[in-house]
Write a protein that binds this ligand. Sequence first.
Ligand SMILES: [Zn+2]
Length: 285
Amino acid sequence: MPELPEVETVRRGLNQFTCHQKIVGADVLLHRTIAYPHAVNDFVTGIQGKAIATWHRRGKYLLAELVSPVSHPNTFKSFLVVHLRMTGQLLWLHRQKPLHKHARVRLFFDNEQELRFVDQRTFGQMWWVPPSSAPATIVAGLAKLAADPFSQEFTVDYLAQKLQTSRRPIKTALLDQSVVAGLGNIYADEALFLSGIQPATPCTHLQRQQIERLQKAIVEVLTTGIEAGGTTFSNFLNVKGINGNYGGMAWVYNRAGKTCRVCGHTIERIRLAGRSSHFCTQCQQ
Ligand SMILES: [Zn+2]
């Protein structure tokens, strides 16, 4: 599943290729990809003829600010919101490029260019948020989202306050988008390794010093992931269809049975709330 670094990598690619370009048309191949408006025609009419001003990211959501090419002072912006979920990919390509069988939505631009949404598992979603509405009133997940790890709001106090009453294992809490926005299985395992915390530790047992290390580690692993252009794991691709580089440098994720890069002990795997967690029994207490 794409996590914050992968979604940020996609956002940067989208800003590079689609900004100030006009959406001239759209073809929705799988209707249930469109979460809002309920009528697919309203989605197509909403985005058609609009230019993309810029792409933002909130947690794992991508938000394109859409403007009318001749902007009127009283015209508010509308938004195209995308969530890639498990397997969604946004690819910037030539319209003549053969259609992959998992293509779900096609957004057409000038010069025969296209932004194609490909999604094997079909959990990915798109919303068009009309000018009269705030994105969080239409996209329920946005309203529940915690602070972004790269925002000023994401401090040690903030994280401590989010964790202080939870008896869940810390790993499970880190996957909750209302605790931290943008973390998934890969970077949660990596952040716990860097902060020396065993993933099954109940949140209420964490010392202040551990939370301080964890807050720093979350920002650090996500920064490293973005610098690597996203992960090699799963089927992540950037908008030009290229895989990231993070996998080769992972500390513990997907390394069960291999030796710890720090102490040489064997990396273990356990299951917590149905998800695999990888950790070093020596480095993480
Ligand atoms: Zn170790």
